[in-house]
Design a protein around this ligand. Structure first.
Ligand code: PFF
Length: 474
């Protein structure tokens, strides 16, 4: 309990680390494929509205709750609830712990997908120097590596060890330093890819597909999916941003940081989608092929195109998979930090023991995720891990965990966070955190308070009700 609290060394350090948490597989892998499945245009517009009306206010709420208490999720939420309801500390604690659990579960399968990017990095390096093997089936390559249990364990172990190593060194020396180095590289690679993609023949069609709304194509489930994804992509609803907020010193503005994090995350998701769609629309027949395998879009459709269609693809191919790996790594460190910070702040465990212990415990569940890949890919639903079906018709640990975290844990956690910031904390305390004289001109405290008290909780409650009623929007 007596360990001194580490802080971000500057506002830029916080913005980079939090943006690193937000930008991840959600932007590069999930957003393009859900945009594809929901026919672009109108879905993208709804997503942008969700980000601005729900994501941005909750981002501010999480950062302010953390900054105010200087404690990680559990302690911070206890204090937030206790501001108006001293007897309600337990409730804050329960919700904080719900977030820690969400981080634990999410990390257990996130590293598996992250591991795929390592595999494709090594493969594309080989093709760049040795040539792309003629006649190879990209689908078979993907399934082959995914079903190779030993390989999957090795890849996800590598990813987990890297994550633990960074979080082990703490906030300013580990997390912030890595974000400072990696994020600019990530932006640079993505911009290179954008320039290349925009020069392709399908770029115009891709832009029209993404940015021209056609409301006739929009289904009700898509609205909920957009809202759910805005939580996932901004790392909201499980206390990651509360934890990062607890390392902000008094000098730094929560509002400015939130604006920058949300804007950067959204920009990267859109650029990634433009890149991917431009490639797909430029190749005859690709559209139908992608239709069959949206989950594998990043790993099945793209690799071979780098070596046939994309200008400078031989260089961009390996760079692209490095980009995915780096983006995933800055997200996995924030997930492990949520669990570790809980152990450090609430249980008085040292950082070194907390990171290695939590990392090892999470890896145990990663093995379950690996063993359930046949279920995820629909190859086999045999065996304990691939056959397990707890609820919602999802087969295997991987799919069940993903469904549970994205559709249940993040929205319910997020709902409570809106109540904590909007209803349990006093007006003076939230105002003091947000409107402290350093806030930008576009910010209006009254508007924030309206969104956090009414718009955000009602929107999130709507998702939860639909999930309970069984609308399948995954
Ligand atoms: N925001 C990350 C992504 O888009 O991939 C996922 C994530 C990371 C969610 C950290 C939640 C979190 F705490």
């Amino acid at each position: 309990m007596s360990q001194r609290r580490d802080h971000w060394s500057s506002n830029a350090g916080l913005v980079l680390a939090a943006t690193g948490s937000a930008i991840g597989l959600g932007n590069l892998w999930k957003f393009p494929f859900i945009t594809w499945e929901n026919n672009g245009g109108a879905f993208v517009l709804v997503y942008l509205i969700c980000i601005a009306a729900v994501g941005l206010p909750i981002m501010m709420a999480e950062l302010l709750i953390g900054r105010r208490s200087q404690k990680s999720a559990v302690g911070a939420l206890k204090e937030a609830v206790a501001s108006k309801w001293p007897g309600g500390r337990w409730l804050g604690g329960v919700v904080g712990f719900w977030g820690v659990l969400a981080g634990f579960i999410l990390l257990s399968y996130y590293t598996v997908i992250a591991g795929w990017s390592l595999f494709y990095f090594v493969k594309t390096m080989g093709w760049t120097f040795g040539g792309y093997p003629a006649g190879m089936s990209a689908g078979d390559l993907f399934t082959g590596q995914a079903l190779n249990t030993g390989l999957q364990l090795l890849l996800s172990l590598g990813f987990s060890v890297a994550t633990i190593a960074i979080v082990y060194f703490g906030v300013s020396k580990g997390i912030e330093r890595i974000a400072r180095i990696f994020l600019p590289i990530l932006f640079g690679i993505l911009l290179l890819m954008l320039v290349s993609a925009l020069s392709m023949s399908g770029a115009g069609e891709a832009l029209a597909h993404i940015f021209r709304p056609n409301f006739a194509e929009l289904e009700r489930g898509a609205v909920l999916e957009a809202l759910g994804h805005s939580f996932f992509t901004l790392s909201l609803g499980m206390g990651a941003m509360i934890t990062y907020g607890s390392y902000i010193s008094r000098k730094h503005s929560v509002v400015k940081a939130s604006g920058a994090i949300v804007a950067l995350d959204t920009l990267i998701a859109l650029i990634a989608t433009v890149v991917m769609f431009s490639v797909i629309f430029s190749v005859a027949g690709m559209r139908d092929e992608v239709g069959g395998s949206t989950v594998g879009m990043l790993f099945i459709s793209l690799p071979e195109l780098f070596y046939s269609e994309v200008p400078f693809g031989v260089v961009l191919g390996p760079l692209f998979y490095v980009l995915v790996a780096l983006a995933a790594l800055t997200s996995t460190i924030s997930l492990l930090e949520v669990v570790s910070a809980y152990l450090i702040d609430q249980r008085g465990i040292t950082r070194k023991k907390a990171t290695t212990g939590a990392g090892a415990a999470i890896f145990l569940f990663t093995t379950f995720a690996v063993l359930s890949i046949p279920g995820l890919l629909g190859v086999s639903t045999e065996g304990f891990f691939s056959g397990i079906e707890i609820f919602a018709g999802k087969v295997g640990w991987f799919a069940t965990a993903d469904h549970f975290v994205s559709n249940w844990m993040l929205p319910t956690g997020g709902f409570f966070i809106t109540l904590a910031a909007g209803w349990f904390m006093t007006r003076e305390s939230t105002r003091g955190e947000l409107a402290d004289g350093s806030e930008p001109r576009w910010f209006h405290y009254g508007a924030w308070r309206f969104f956090i008290r009414w718009v955000a909780p009602i929107a999130v409650a709507a998702i939860i009700v639909f999930v309970i009623r069984g609308t399948d929007f995954s």
